[in-house]
Design a protein around this ligand. Structure first.
Ligand code: GLA
Length: 671
């Protein structure tokens, strides 16, 4: 992606409106400072109204008007929702649930990622669009499909079953190897013919865990296949035009480490829930994840709502000013684009109650005024475009572990994302910038790596983490890490594998909380470092060669280690944490101090965020009350920026004064 200004705009669906609205759209986009529109996401039925008959005139017209208005186009491949004529003629395209129900037309994403018929039709459409618009002067990027795997992450049709078998044959070669990998001597599950192998459909009780994990891997790959197929056509027909597809944040069904390798830049859709207390932290986490998926390169916030969405049971309004603050949060954390769903609020259809940049009530509205103001703010931030951020701390994130740990028939029903968020939140509150890494990723640039609940840890990844300690890093290993190998076989002799050497401990027995996720262990506390309650998890840890920093107190685990640390050879150390301490912050503080990680500013008021990207420092208030930082007052749900000289400094930065002064969000036109 090459751009010299921050992308600002949104999904533009002109086919939902008569053409006399289109000129007004362009005029208003100019007024709002829109630079890019995503066009054509759901246009298949309009672009190909009958099998093989393409109608591009209207899109020529739209793209021409946008270009004349100085607005670039992120052009979608239009494959997100096949038209009814296609699935009526070819019902084999329709996806099937685990219970055998075929999903119908009348909604969207009603296709199987494994369908050869879908692929044939989609390829033809993508090629036609690419050939027609590859040289269009408005074209700034290709937008593959839309939120791949959003509604139908798993398709259990016979065609998917066939594709699953092919995927397994590629992975295991022969049935004996598959039987061994899946441990099918258990419960008489041995397969004698490939035709017997099916997706994990509805079954009497627990399904084979490795079959389930491979199904998760296959399903992620099946959707990745859709991305790859479309991207290959686009790159063949229009080399040099960047290709992206919109991710969905921390999304369980899609292993975005693999997906991110297939796009030229990462983009993400994020919809905060204003009713959620830590929504801004959840947002910060996904921003950091997107930056990390793209190996630090700038990414695009591709969709967000200007105010309420329409798909939660209760759709809270986004308070005045907060949309801008969250947008600047994305920029601060590496985004070179701030886009919304959508430009003009739909008049009909299932999303007519979803907010947009131009609301039903028109331009004399709070939301449109905020739209215009945000455009002006982003235009002023062109100097951050292309700049990157450097984090000292990384959290290991792993989809195999997510899929495995949330299976049934496990020691406890754990919420993997919640465990990751718990660590992230404490670091966020301390103002520490965090990257995410995969277990086998390059850890070289970090001082601290936290590995929470990385349940599936192949030998090479165990070694990767152990080497980080040998090289002087500070490694924090949380419970349920290194328990299983990539085939979900238990790591014998005390779990943890190669990590036992650097941690100096092994695990003998699990003792999770009796209550569901997050619950307090009955009568268990921790004494020592991070003293307080032991929540969610406990276990019997045996120490060979480590300092015990805290112990469990009370009940079955009384006196056993809860937190240990073993110095590494090169100055770092390896910490083992056998529970979720209620006072996680004290532990994190100790780890950061030990690793000499410092933040260039003192602790911030609750809900306040301060991030430096390139020459710009961002001060963001995500709360409903004014906060004062360094003598500067930031209004509720407001953001301020200031500039520094070119070299980022680790000491307290000084720069130009904070701006802008209190924002005008919410005052009527003309006021
Ligand atoms: C997703 C989709 C959009 C729209 C929004 C509504 O992000 O990509 O097409 O449905 O949700 O929030």
């Amino acid at each position: 992606m090459t751009t010299d200004r921050i992308w600002y705009g949104g999904d533009y669906n002109p086919e939902q409106w008569p053409s006399d609205v289109w000129d007004e759209d362009v005029r208003l986009m100019q007024r709002a400072g829109v630079t890019v529109a995503t066009v054509g996401v759901f246009s298949w039925a309009k672009l190909e109204p009958r099998d093989g008959y393409f109608a591009f005139d209207w899109l020529d017209d739209v793209l021409g008007r946008l270009h004349a208005g100085g607005i670039g186009v992120d052009l979608a491949t239009a494959t997100a929702s096949p038209p009814p004529w296609l699935t009526t003629a070819h019902p084999d395209v329709l996806p099937v649930t685990a219970d055998g129900v075929t999903l119908s037309v009348g909604s969207r994403q009603q296709y199987s990622p494994s369908s050869a018929t879908y692929r044939r039709y989609a390829d033809r459409l993508v090629r036609a669009i690419a050939e027609r618009y590859r040289d269009h002067p408005a074209l700034v990027a290709w937008h593959v499909n839309n939120e791949l795997a959003c509604h139908v992450p798993y398709d259990h049709s016979d065609e998917s079953a066939k594709a699953f078998r092919t995927w397994l044959q590629d992975r295991y070669g022969d049935l004996d190897t598959l039987n061994e990998a899946w441990g099918t001597s258990f419960w008489s599950q041995a397969y004698s013919d490939w035709q017997e192998v099916v997706p994990p459909r509805a079954a009497p009780t627990f399904l084979n865990p490795t079959q389930l994990l491979d199904w998760d891997r296959f399903s992620s790959d099946a959707w990745l296949g859709v991305l790859r197929a479309e991207a290959a056509i686009l790159r063949e027909v229009s080399p040099g035009v960047p290709v992206t597809t919109n991710f969905m944040g921390l999304y369980k069904p899609s292993d975005y480490w693999a997906w991110a390798r297939e796009v030229d830049f990462v983009s993400d859709d994020h919809y905060v829930d204003p009713a959620e207390p830590d929504a801004h932290v959840r947002a910060a986490l996904t921003r950091d994840l997107m930056r990390s998926l793209g190996a630090g390169k700038p990414w695009i916030l591709m969709e967000q709502a200007t105010s309420a969405v329409n798909w939660r049971p209760q759709n809270a309004v986004v308070p005045a000013g907060w949309h801008r603050t969250l947008s600047l949060q994305a920029v601060a954390r590496g985004a070179d684009g701030v886009m919304q769903f959508q430009w003009r609020q739909s008049r009909a259809g299932a999303e007519k109650f979803h907010s947009a940049m131009v609301p039903h009530a028109g331009t004399d509205t709070r939301v449109f005024r905020e739209t215009v103001e945000l455009g002006a703010d982003l235009a002023d931030l062109a100097d951050v475009v292309g700049t990157t951020l450097t984090a000292d701390v990384a959290i290991v994130l792993d989809w195999d572990s997510w899929w495995a740990i949330e299976q049934q028939a496990t020691p406890a029903q754990l919420d993997y994302a919640a465990i990751v968020r718990r660590w992230y939140t404490v670091l966020w509150r301390r103002g520490v910038l965090v990257d995410f890494v995969s277990p086998s990723g390059d850890l070289g640039g970090y001082r601290v790596v936290v590995a929470p609940a990385v349940q599936v840890l192949p030998a090479a990844a165990q070694q990767n983490l152990a080497s980080f300690v040998d090289d002087g890093g500070e490694l924090v290993v949380g419970y349920q890490t290194g328990i299983l190998d990539e085939r979900l076989r238990a790591v014998l002799d005390g779990y943890l594998g190669a990590l036992q050497r650097v941690l100096g401990v092994h695990v003998e027995e699990f003792a999770p909380a009796a209550a569901p996720a997050g619950g307090t262990l009955p009568a268990f506390r921790i004494d020592g470092l991070a003293g307080g309650e032991a929540t969610e998890w406990g276990e019997v840890v045996r120490v060979h060669d480590a300092e015990v920093l805290s112990t469990f107190a009370g009940g079955f685990l009384d006196g056993l280690p809860a937190i240990t640390r073993r110095p590494g050879a090169a100055g770092g150390s390896a910490w083992y944490v056998a529970t979720a301490p209620s006072d996680l912050d004290t532990l994190v503080k100790a780890v950061l101090e030990h690793a000499a990680v410092s933040v260039p500013w003192p602790p911030l008021p609750e809900g306040t965020e301060r991030v430096r990207r390139g020459p710009v420092e961002f001060l963001l208030n995500h709360t409903a009350r004014a906060v004062t930082v360094d003598g500067v007052t930031v209004d509720p749900f407001n953001a301020m920026v200031r500039r520094h000289g070119s070299s980022p400094s680790t000491s307290a930065p000084t720069g130009s004064p904070w701006s802008p002064k209190p924002h005008s969000c919410g005052s009527p036109e003309g006021a």
